[in-house]
Design a protein around this ligand. Structure first.
Ligand code: GLU
Length: 306
């Protein structure tokens, strides 16, 4: 018997949701509901500099307004620090982490850009410090902490994008698990949370495709089974830029003022290749299939939403 599907919404409450967030949320919801599974909501509010509770309340209201529901109570990452600490301590006890004293400027200078997303690939220099150098630097500034990665290819088959492979050392480098201000990194928190809540499928924007090999590696180290992944197309403005929270005209405030939930769902469903015309998310469940969803980013003409 196959395990029941468990999916999740994992929004960061750092602003009002926009069309692109909603597009990913609709596909995540459809994928789980079409499999008769459970949908969880996790508020990814780890970064106190960027996240606000008002945004979290707002995004829950926006999801409900569209007709995207979830099961059980939302989980707040900001309340789960001790779980991330346990995982971090377990990796450290196995000698897999090291302190990194590089400033942002040094980090960038010590890096080559990542092949897919332009993020810096760290060259591991703080991992080569002697115990004496490390102890001396500990006196000067609080370090960030990185996990060491092996020279190994990690591959997985994405439900939307197909086969994806990265070499951990060359394409990612040793990556941060805990920032110098003590905040645990997204890569660690997401693995702990998906693992502990039994998530079997992760549907999210393809900007996170290149995070997945790092997450698969941490799952393996921490003994969690790997979920299946679907990295859905990003919505782009006609000039090729990614739609973002800065595109105020396509945020949920503006969209809710212009459209009914069915009209907006219909427009999203058309971009996803699923439907044409006003429709509710619930009515789309029987016709959902990953086969129909485009593999590549989708250009949105603002007039369609104006
Ligand atoms: N919190 C992330 C975001 O809003 C999503 C993380 C995930 O789905 O793994 O972009």
């Amino acid at each position: 018997m196959t395990k029941p599907a468990v999916g999740r919404f994992a929004p960061s409450p750092s602003g009002r949701m926009h069309l692109g967030n909603l597009f990913s949320a609709l596909l995540a919801w459809l994928s789980v509901r079409a499999a008769g599974g459970t949908m969880l909501l996790r508020i990814e509010d780890l970064d106190p500099d960027r996240c606000r509770p008002e945004y979290a309340e707002q995004l829950m209201d926006d999801l409900r307004w569209l007709g995207l529901d979830w099961d059980g109570e939302p989980v707040w990452q900001s309340k789960r620090t001790s779980l991330y600490r346990d995982a971090f301590d377990a990796l450290s006890a196995r000698g897999l982490t090291y302190p990194c004293f590089c400033t942002r400027a040094q980090r960038l200078a010590a890096s080559a850009p990542h092949r897919d997303n332009g993020e810096p690939v760290y060259d591991g220099r703080c991992g080569r410090l002697s115990p004496a150098e490390r102890a001396a630097r500990m006196e000067t500034r609080p370090p960030a902490w990185r996990v060491r990665v092996p020279d190994r290819d990690i591959s997985f088959t994405d439900m939307c994008r197909g086969l994806y492979t990265e070499n951990l050392l060359r394409d990612c480098g040793d990556f941060i698990l805990r920032r110098s201000d003590g905040v645990y990194a997204y890569q660690l928190a997401v693995v702990v949370d998906d693992g502990l809540s039994g998530v079997t499928q992760v549907v999210r924007g393809s900007d996170l495709l290149s995070s997945t090999p790092r997450q698969l590696y941490l799952q393996e180290l921490l003994g969690f089974p790997a979920p299946r992944y679907a990295h859905v197309p990003l919505l782009l403005a006609p000039d090729g830029r990614r739609l973002s929270k800065r595109d105020g005209d396509l945020d949920m405030g503006a969209l809710r003022a212009r459209f009914s939930p069915e009209e907006l769902t219909g427009k999203l469903a058309r971009l996803a290749g699923l439907w044409d015309g006003p429709v509710s998310p619930r009515a789309l469940v029987p016709c959902f299939s990953w086969e129909m969803v485009p593999r590549h980013d989708v250009v949105v003409r603002p007039e369609e939403f104006g």
